[in-house]
Design a protein around this ligand. Structure first.
Ligand code: GLU
Length: 485
């Protein structure tokens, strides 16, 4: 059946276990499912797989929901909590038992452990040997009467092949003899992931499942469960792993992996959206920069790559700088406000007034790679530099006498610079350079250091006009005083 068959609306889900933050891998899985739903007018559902009650916490659920919300991945319908569906899972296990698709296994842990050890010693892959598969009704009855603990195992067909057409990996086929009679209910009666996930996906009428390649060995088992429960399996897509720049699987060793940590670094959600979408997918149009709506429009499972995706921090920064440039001044103003608040620059920001703020942000916009940089590197638009960077001092304040004389001369001509706009400031400073018989750069560099604390900045004359005469003169005097000391 074609995936765009309008008679079967697409329903996908993101099914995180709330035992940690929303990390890059999970966010990418959520995003691909979201893209499939949104590009086909389908539904994107959320299921919290909280059956591990010891490790799942409400804080982690919130953290995951916040991460999704930040990324702009709005879900449809109320989130489903897997722990609430336990009775449906158990009912499905009982149905499978009754229909002969599952059986009670009374083997003790010790027996199984010793069989596993033996297999290891003999260099064989361990698989449950089916001891309890053929128990007679009497044997089962006796064991139950003796209160022998048991698990419920799925009875995997002993012949045949389980096949599926993966959206990423194309044709996948596994011999059923390779699949263990896996446990579906533990001895305490609790459902195992394989069963819970299938029953919930059936209840939620999920049509497509995109998830990480680490789940691919679960898929044949889950397909067998669907078939045994009389349901049509959904379509699956297993996206390749995400690797760090060293070629190893992405982990905390590679730095931040929690999505909200990127927000703290000043990454825009649309840049993260863009970046994550390209981790294992491409529109094949030789572009990298897209707004979320453009990705939704272009999204096709045919664009999935089979090769592992590499998490490239520089590329994220580059994409972020492109998304920063794409913002209108007023949008940018809104986006930086919380960042300024975090850096205690809120008061100075408000005091500067909207015109100065908009002009300053527009000027910085060309250079900044993160929102954070507006408040760190760009803070001189709002507060006097507290010190001068080591590199700036080494480059332009090394000869203190000379720098001091230069800055005093600039201060003198700027005092009578009228109007104090970029053009006039430039004329005044170039005239001064001529008068002193030096290149304009000889004045420009130390002035930049005095005004910003750094040896690089956006266009100096524009910046000076935004700072205003009073601030420029004050900072020049401060630098002169610093150079005297
Ligand atoms: N809770 C599982 C996980 O986080 C979901 C797996 C699935 O998508 O089936 O890995």
């Amino acid at each position: 059946m074609s995936m765009s068959d309008p008679s079967t609306p697409i329903r996908v889900r993101f099914a995180p276990s709330p035992t940690g933050f929303l990390h890059v891998g999970g966010a990418r899985t959520a995003l691909f499912n979201y893209l499939l739903a949104r590009s086909r007018g389908g539904q994107f559902l959320l299921r919290i797989e909280d059956t591990d009650l010891e490790r799942s916490t409400p804080e982690m659920v919130d953290a995951i929901l916040n991460g999704l919300t930040w990324l702009g991945l709005a879900w449809d319908e109320e989130p489903v909590y897997q722990s609430k569906n336990r009775s449906a899972h158990v009912a499905a296990a009982n149905q499978l038992l009754e229909q002969g698709h599952a059986y009670r296994c009374f083997c003790s842990k010790e027996e199984l452990d010793s069989k596993r050890r033996k297999a290891e010693e003999e260099g064989r892959a361990y698989r449950y040997d089916g001891t309890c598969r053929g128990l007679s009704p009497d044997e089962i009855e006796n064991n139950l009467e003796a209160n022998k603990p048991f698990v419920v195992r799925f009875s995997v067909p002993q012949e045949g092949i389980t096949r599926f057409k993966d959206m990423v990996r194309k044709n996948v086929a596994v011999q059923n003899t390779e699949i263990d009679d896996f446990v579906i209910l533990r001895s305490d009666g609790s459902p195992v992931y394989q069963l819970a996930v299938v029953v919930d996906d059936m209840t939620m009428q999920v049509t497509h499942i995109i998830r990480g390649e680490d789940h691919i060995s679960n898929t044949p088992k889950q397909i067998l469960l669907y078939l045994a429960l009389g349901a049509k399996p959904p379509k699956f897509g297993h996206v390749p792993l995400i690797l760090g720049s060293d070629g190893k699987r992405l982990s905390k060793r590679h730095g931040a992996t929690s999505v909200l940590a990127f927000e703290e670094q000043g990454i825009l959600p649309e840049a993260m959206f863009n970046f994550l979408a390209l981790l294992g997918w491409s529109a094949k149009d030789n572009r990298e920069f897209y707004q979320p709506e453009e990705i939704i429009k272009r999204f096709e499972p045919a664009g999935f790559n089979k090769t592992p995706a590499v998490f490239d921090q520089d590329k994220l920064q580059w994409l972020n700088s492109q998304h920063i440039k794409a913002l209108s001044a007023s949008e940018l103003l809104q986006r930086v406000q919380p960042v300024f608040a975090r850096h205690d620059l809120e008061e100075a920001f408000t005091a500067a007034g909207e015109t100065v703020n908009l002009n300053a942000l527009t000027l910085l916009q060309e250079k900044m790679r993160t929102l954070e940089e507006f408040a760190t590197f760009g803070q001189y638009f709002w507060v006097d530099p507290e010190n001068y960077s080591q590199e700036a001092v080494e480059r332009y304040f090394q000869n203190a006498d000379e720098a001091r004389k230069t800055l005093s001369a600039v201060e003198r001509v700027l005092t009578s610079c009228d109007p104090f706009d970029a053009d006039r400031i430039e004329v005044v400073m170039r005239d001064l350079a001529d008068e002193m018989g030096v290149k304009a750069a000889t004045l420009i560099h130390p002035v930049r250091v005095a005004l910003t604390g750094f040896h690089v900045s956006p266009s100096l004359f524009d910046m000076m006009a935004i700072l205003g005469q009073e601030t420029c003169l004050r900072r020049l005097q401060n630098a002169v005083a610093y150079l005297k000391s």
